[in-house]
Design a protein around this ligand. Structure first.
Ligand code: ATP
Ligand code: MG
Length: 188
């Protein structure tokens, strides 16, 4: 046990150097965005500055937006406004995505921001609205002390390869399939 403890202690000591991380939260199970917002709470509690970029137009009345948006140290961008999933207007979706990425890029060059959450970014990569190489290069060029969290289903392989920590949420059960609508505090 003593030898084992020495090995574990040495591993912890090695892992202790502070450095920027890229985290990917993907998969079909619930918990991707809420995990990112958990890290946001931790970061803010530690006096860090956090920026959120939401790429898919979801609801604007979520608990996380109401809670975090106006706190000191928080920058909150909703970049998916104008997406045209229904009308299948690809040219317009690409334009919206590129405009959104320009905003995200302004966060990724700002050393005063310690954590950037790119919520639901994976879809823009999957549908080819953004060039994966360009996005990965911009993420890779970020400041040395800036962490990035990317959420969304179907993360492309190149993103997973670049990331330091990747979690795939597995969908075992979801209440929605039993006809339960989204619940305040749990789903929004
Ligand atoms: P959360 O924001 O709750 O962490 P998520 O980011 O993992 O969820 P999204 O794909 O972004 O998942 O979808 C967000 C909404 O869809 C939430 O209301 C969530 O409860 C719901 N949801 C997530 N996964 C599933 C699933 N497998 N089946 C049905 N609904 C889901
Ligand atoms: Mg999500």
């Amino acid at each position: 046990m003593q030898r084992k403890k020495a090995v574990v202690d040495a591993a912890i000591a090695r892992a202790d150097d502070e450095r920027r991380l890229l985290l990917v939260l993907t998969g079909n199970g619930k918990g991707k965005s809420s995990s990112a917002f958990g890290m946001m709470a931790r970061s803010l509690g530690s006096g860090m500055n956090v920026a959120v970029a939401q790429f898919i137009k979801g609801r604007r009345d979520t608990g996380e937006e109401a809670f975090f948006r106006d706190l000191p140290g928080v920058t909150w961008h909703v970049l998916g406004e104008g997406f045209t999933w229904e009308t299948q207007n690809r040219a317009r979706d690409i334009e919206t995505s590129e405009r959104g990425w320009a905003v995200a890029k302004s966060l990724l060059v700002d050393p005063a921001i310690h954590l950037v959450i790119l919520d639901e970014l994976t879809y823009l990569l999957r549908y080819g609205y953004l060039d994966v190489e360009t996005v990965l290069a911009d993420i890779g060029a970020r400041p040395l002390k800036q962490h990035v969290v990317v959420t969304g289903r179907g993360a492309p392989d190149a993103l997973i390869e670049l990331a330091d920590t990747v979690t795939e949420m597995r969908d075992v059960k979801h209440a929605f399939r039993n006809g339960v609508k989204a619940q305040r505090g749990i789903d929004l």
